[in-house]
Design a protein around this ligand. Structure first.
Ligand code: ZN
Length: 270
């Protein structure tokens, strides 16, 4: 995305052009490699210095995912923050724009996208060994307290970085790490035509949906039907759907008409 950076709104008056260039492409490539290997992926980003960009930027060109940075800008931030971690956090933020798919739509301006990238930078810097203060260093010297047309205010971005950093610490702190539980107790998978969500019937006959945090939210029930010709009824609020013995889900209109609206499938246990 054009001119999209952690630090687009750098402090006015930082003398960029006068800085000695010390951030080599080799160093930037190494930093990018160390960041992405932490994610278990090795996407081949093209990383290059470009004095023409103002700060740092992630964009797609052809089939390449590119990260360009102004070496003098990075050097200035490293100088004022007195830590190399600030350079790493700027690159991590740009990498996140690629990993989160923001660079597919370079015209989009979403403050939430920026915060998501800040959060990723906090997370990954923890993983690479940075303290919280080191993870915040670049934002401390270069974040804009009032935000810009693209970027949310500095305090919000610092919170996002801190949340990412603390997420990573919390995950590390588990003394006996266990894989996430795989719920194997569902009876059915429920799909409705035209609805991209997938629903499940659990062992207690609850109709559940998972939100992004994977917390099951029960919103209805699946019970044996007493209606002639049907095996189950799916109900929530004032809705009732009927499942026949071939697992087809039917709705009934006020006039007694029936419409095929979806399928119930036995839950395949691994
Ligand atoms: Zn950004």
């Amino acid at each position: 995305m054009r001119l999209s950076v952690l630090l687009l709104a750098l402090l006015p008056g930082l003398p960029l052009a006068a800085q000695e260039v010390r951030v080599s492409e080799r160093a930037a490539k190494e930093a990018v490699h160390r960041i992405v290997e932490r994610s278990g992926l090795l996407p081949d980003f093209v990383v290059r210095a470009n004095p023409e960009v103002r700060t740092a930027v992630a964009f797609i060109k052809g089939r390449e995912r590119v990260i360009e940075y102004n070496p003098a800008f990075i050097a200035t931030i490293v100088d004022s923050s007195r830590t190399n971690w600030s350079a790493v956090s700027i690159l991590a933020h740009e990498i996140a724009h690629h990993l989160l798919g923001h660079t597919l739509d370079p015209a989009a301006v979403h403050p939430g996208d920026e915060l998501a990238c800040d959060r990723y930078s906090g997370f990954i810097l923890h993983e690479l060994g940075a303290t919280l203060a080191e993870s915040l260093a670049a934002m401390d010297v270069a974040g804009d307290p009032h935000g810009t047309w693209r970027h949310p205010p500095k305090h919000a971005r610092c919170i996002a970085i801190q949340q990412g950093w603390e997420d990573a610490r919390r995950l590390r702190d588990r003394s006996a790490p266990e894989p996430p539980a795989l719920n194997d107790t569902f009876q059915f998978v429920v799909r409705f035509a035209g609805d991209r969500n997938t629903y499940y019937v659990d062992a207690d006959g609850r109709l559940v949906w998972f939100d992004e945090h994977a917390e099951p939210i029960g919103f209805g029930a699946c019970t044996p039907s007493i209606a002639a010709g049907f095996a189950y009824e799916l109900t929530w609020e004032d809705q009732t759907f009927y499942v026949d013995r071939h697992n087809t889900i039917w709705s009934r209109t006020a006039h007694g008409m029936q419409m095929n609206v979806g399928r119930l499938e036995a839950y395949a246990r691994p």
